[in-house]
Design a protein around this ligand. Structure first.
Ligand code: UVW
Length: 320
């Protein structure tokens, strides 16, 4: 990559809009506040056939799990099975009950997941202006717990940017903007409405299972949305509560204009309170939408209730 002076996040986002204080000084769920009962009913009204889709990737697929470089794979360990009973090591219960048990060690961002609003920051402040020191030893503010306690239900709209560009998968580092999303939506004959859960398919996570692992991680740069003040203003004006994508980090890894890593994490999540849902498996849903021409649906998600968590695994359910 060409070497250039990369500005600090605070400099890049100096004039960027914020929703801090909009829902009070104690708010920890940000733009999810837009998902009122009216929005739930708008989601329900989008249901036509009753077809359902789950958006979580498998945990422990033999090909491995796609995770951000530096994070390790989820590790499931079998700690009790028939073998224990066969060698006399299984616990004895009246009536000779036998059972299998597992435990799992994983990054909370190591599967399809909701980021807590306090997951990223710059300038010593997280979402709503809370002190970044409140993250020390586990998030005391803006953790994933309040998000998990409320759940996420609303109208979802899928924009298949890969299909729109005639590709199975976007190229590494390939970018798109909100204007591209609007163009793709028009081609799909669907409208991105105010307060929609915005679901974007690039084909990237699906391609993880087709490619050689070392090829997937080589010079790792994901495709995705690219930062601009106009894009951030559009998210704010559209009152987007939740951005869901089939990439590991929901935006192009390095902003090509400034050279800054993941600026939208801060511009959208820290500043506007938009929740991010990452590593979604969108291919079966997208194929079905292309077949029946229905790109909007009821979107529901219940991340795990991890106290003080910076994120939580989730298996969103979509009903068409
Ligand atoms: C990082 O935190 C780097 O990314 P993500 O939000 O994708 O977990």
């Amino acid at each position: 990559m060409e070497s250039k002076n990369v500005p600090e996040m605070a400099e890049l986002l100096r004039d960027a809009p914020k929703n801090w204080g909009k829902w009070g000084p104690d708010d920890e769920v940000g733009s999810l506040n837009y998902l009122t009962e009216t929005e739930v009913l708008r989601g329900v009204a989008a249901v036509r056939s009753g077809k359902t889709f789950t958006l979580q990737i498998q945990m422990g697929n033999p090909k491995g799990d796609p995770v951000w470089p530096g994070r390790s794979q989820a590790c499931r360990m079998n700690v009790m099975d028939k073998g224990h009973y066969m060698c006399g090591k299984g616990p004895l219960f009246p009536g000779l009950l036998e059972y299998a048990d597992d435990m799992m060690i994983m990054y909370l961002q190591g599967s399809t997941q909701y980021d807590a609003l306090g997951h990223v920051w710059y300038g010593d402040q997280i979402w709503n202006g809370y002190d970044a020191k409140s993250t020390i030893g586990g998030l005391a503010k803006a953790s994933v717990l309040p998000i998990a306690e409320r759940g996420i239900v609303g109208r979802g709209v899928l924009i298949d940017i890969a299909r729109h560009r005639g590709k199975a998968v976007l190229d590494p580092g390939e970018t798109f903007t909100h204007r591209d999303l609007l163009e793709a939506a028009e081609a799909q004959r669907v409208t991105i409405e105010k307060r929609d859960v915005l679901v974007i398919r690039t084909g990237w996570i699906g391609s993880f299972y087709e490619r050689d692992r070392s090829e997937f991680y080589k010079n790792f740069i994901e495709p995705g949305l690219t930062y601009s003040p106009a894009l951030v203003e559009w998210f704010q004006r559209m009152e987007i509560p939740n951005l869901v994508t089939d990439t590991i980090a929901n935006e192009v890894t390095i902003d090509p204009e400034s050279g800054v890593a993941l600026p939208l994490h801060n511009a959208l999540m820290r500043n506007l309170g938009v929740t991010l849902t990452e590593i979604a498996q969108l291919d079966p849903l997208a194929s079905d939408c292309a077949d029946d021409g229905q790109w909007s649906f009821l979107y529901t998600a219940a991340p795990l209730k991890v106290v003080s968590g910076s994120g939580a695994p989730v298996n969103p359910v979509v009903i068409k």
